[in-house]
Design a binder for this molecule. Sequence first.
Ligand SMILES: *Cc1c(COP(=O)(O)O)cnc(C)c1O
Length: 426
Amino acid sequence: MIDKEDLSFDQTHIWHPYTSLTKPLPTYPISSAKGVRLIMDDGRELIDGMSSWWTAIHGYNVPELNEAANHQLSQMSHVMFGGITHKPAIELCKKLLAITPNNLEKVFLADSGSVSVEVAMKMAIQYQHAKGSANRRKFKTIRNGYHGDTTGAMSVCDPEGGMHHLFSDFVPKHIFLDQPRKRFDEYYDEKEFRELAQFFRLNADKCAAFILEPIVQGAGGMWFYSPDYLKKIKELCEQHDLLLIADEIATGFGRTGKMFACEHANISPDILCVGKALTGGYMTLAATLTTEHVADTICRGEAGVFMHGPTFMGNPLACAIANRSLELLTSSQWEDKIKTIERQLKREILPIANSLNVKDTRVLGAIGVVEMKENVDVPKAQKFFVENGVWIRPFRNLIYIMPPYIIAEEELRKLTHAISAYVQSS
Ligand SMILES: *Cc1c(COP(=O)(O)O)cnc(C)c1O
């Protein structure tokens, strides 16, 4: 049990994500989790609307994943990947190649989403260098993006959301394009793309790659944009010799209704980052996939090798759990499940837009978003949600949910009703 003294230690000494240690926000003690429920120290149960930030797609305490973890622990938890290989990593890379776009053939196992983005950016730089275009060192991207918190990843996050001015001279400056304005179900005509084409021509010869989150911009604003836009970006990248890096760390593994969000636009990136749901929320693990052409070019370059190799690369325990999680996913009726969740979210989330304090509501796959006109009072909202038996953590002016895929109709209704009740009470 966490007692008062523990909580006060936590508030005084432990940083939580994006928080202050002088004005700490309240934290809620959780002692276990099972299915779609988080169980608090005092025994209260909360229905989880967040999947622990996109990860716990099968829910918590999953017997199959526990079994995979226990089995792998009895073999080995970790061995170095330099000069050594093992079945869990080989199996995982085979599985990833089988479900990602066909042109992707080479896998780099990274230890977190941010690291997989660093790896992707370094791949692009090494690729251009090897091609004799060492001056191509900048990246193009769209505003309101989020790619992680390490320095390279941060440099391509939204400049305001990422407070780039605070880190100027430390974080490299890249080239930003306005975020796509058209919604997921809207279309572009060629005229509207003129500006985009112009943006691409500008400084194209200084750029290594274009990086974006396909279809769903996550932590930068929970925005869903038109597949037309993604198709056009792919086309322009080819025209101007930029690699396309798709950051599917949040969108991967079914969340948007397709296994990968790129499929909505029928495009294949040159480099793909996956993470978050890869181990079903059990452990940190990510991967960066690329094409034979990019890998070969890198390996023919000056370095002769790809210059990255983390200590916990290919961690067998994480790989073994990821393997079982992917088996669970691909052997389930996940497409039907996501469709069912999407239909219910559309019925129950979209009408919340009628409230005067709501700016917009939107749903895609198993993601539901209520965008308020004003910023949400997060501690107040969280308290309200916990009192109503649900776990939902808003940010800025966004109240959103992306529940585990195993959620039942009644449980999901409890989440959407809590959001609706909060919006009406605030
Ligand atoms: C969460 C996220 C990351 C960073 O992943 P970490 O595992 O937190 O380092 C990168 N890109 C996107 C799109 C994300 O959602």
